[in-house]
Design a protein around this ligand. Structure first.
Ligand code: AMP
Ligand code: ZN
Ligand code: FE
Ligand code: FE
Length: 283
């Protein structure tokens, strides 16, 4: 089993990077991709657990981007693998996103605080000192105050883009981000493009554009892509010679997603690693 999309407490997951590696071993996953949102701060700790766990590690990150569709920005998550962590564009992206996320979360908390019991300190506490802040941390703060019972309920009732508490945040253009990743010697894979419950979904023609920018693959098997649409997605991207990926998007206890619930082919991983800036770390 190869699961290349996971999160830790360095962003909005609940396991530490070390715990993720042990959880992967427990789940029978032979190779994990660590893809925290807009940060690589978990790489070192996860790397140091490769030998002890026997689990191979693909160092990665999930970038928030926006794709202009019908004159409005559509949120697109882009997975970046095996890139040079010292690359200037990639570093700048992380700094800018961290700050944008703080400003945006503060604004959301301000709006929420007019109607429900929540403070900025609550959210900071949930995100942890070095964590990247996202809506899941606002959800966790709402849970700790007894406003909602779960992250799902928080998103459903308060945090979804359709609610007045939602604030949009800065994100680079999707194709620009792909170019950064490729320039940094990495591989770009479009995450859960058909996740309708998060908002609008990616239209098929967008993959033609992303391919021109250097896209390597697309997540086909992901629980947020409706099963009935996966075959169409698969045939579309294979016609463009893009690789299909399958992964869990594990967030620890923050989401029901289970490690290894979907897998990516070994041949795809070999192609991913071929010529990339970083190596896959193997036990
Ligand atoms: P943000 O980066 O602040 O926009 O928050 C996006 C994060 O929230 C992503 O990591 C998603 O996995 C998570 N998310 C989105 N929708 C839901 C939901 N309905 N329930 C739980 N988590 C969600
Ligand atoms: Zn997440
Ligand atoms: Fe995502
Ligand atoms: Fe994710």
């Amino acid at each position: 089993m190869i699961d290349l999309h996971t999160h830790t407490s360095c962003s909005d997951g609940t396991d530490s990077p070390r715990e993720l590696m042990y959880a992967a071993r427990e789940a029978g996953v032979q190779m994990v991709g660590l893809t925290d949102h807009d940060t690589i701060s978990g790489w070192e700790e996860a790397s140091s657990a490769v030998a002890a766990t026997g689990v191979a590690l693909v160092r990665g990150m999930e970038l928030s981007t926006r794709f202009i569709y019908r004159e409005r920005p559509l949120s697109v998550h882009m997975l970046a693998y095996l890139f040079n962590p010292d690359d200037a564009n990639m570093r700048r992206h992380c700094v800018r996103m961290r700050n944008a996320r703080i400003d945006r979360a503060k604004e959301m908390v301000e709006r929420l605080a007019r109607d429900v019991d929540i403070t900025w300190e609550d959210v900071q506490e949930q995100a942890g000192e070095h964590g990247i802040i996202g809506r899941p941390h606002i959800a966790d703060a709402l849970i700790s105050r007894g406003v909602v019972a779960s992250r799902e309920e928080a998103f459903e009732r308060l945090l979804h883009p359709r609610h007045p508490y939602y604030v949009r945040q800065y994100a680079p253009q999707t194709c620009e981000a792909i170019e950064w990743i490729v320039d940094a010697g990495g591989r770009a894979v479009c995450a859960h493009p058909l996740a309708g419950h998060r908002g609008r979904t990616v239209p098929m023609w967008a993959f033609d554009r992303m391919r021109e920018a250097g896209l390597f693959g697309v997540e086909v098997n992901h629980r947020d892509n409706p099963e009935t649409e996966r075959e169409l997605l698969r045939s579309y991207i294979e016609r463009l010679q893009l690789f299909p990926f399958g992964s869990s998007d594990y967030h620890g206890s923050g989401k029901p997603n289970v490690l290894g619930e979907y897998s990516t082919d070994r041949a795809t991983v070999d192609a991913l690693a071929q010529g990339a800036f970083l190596e896959v770390l193997r036990p």
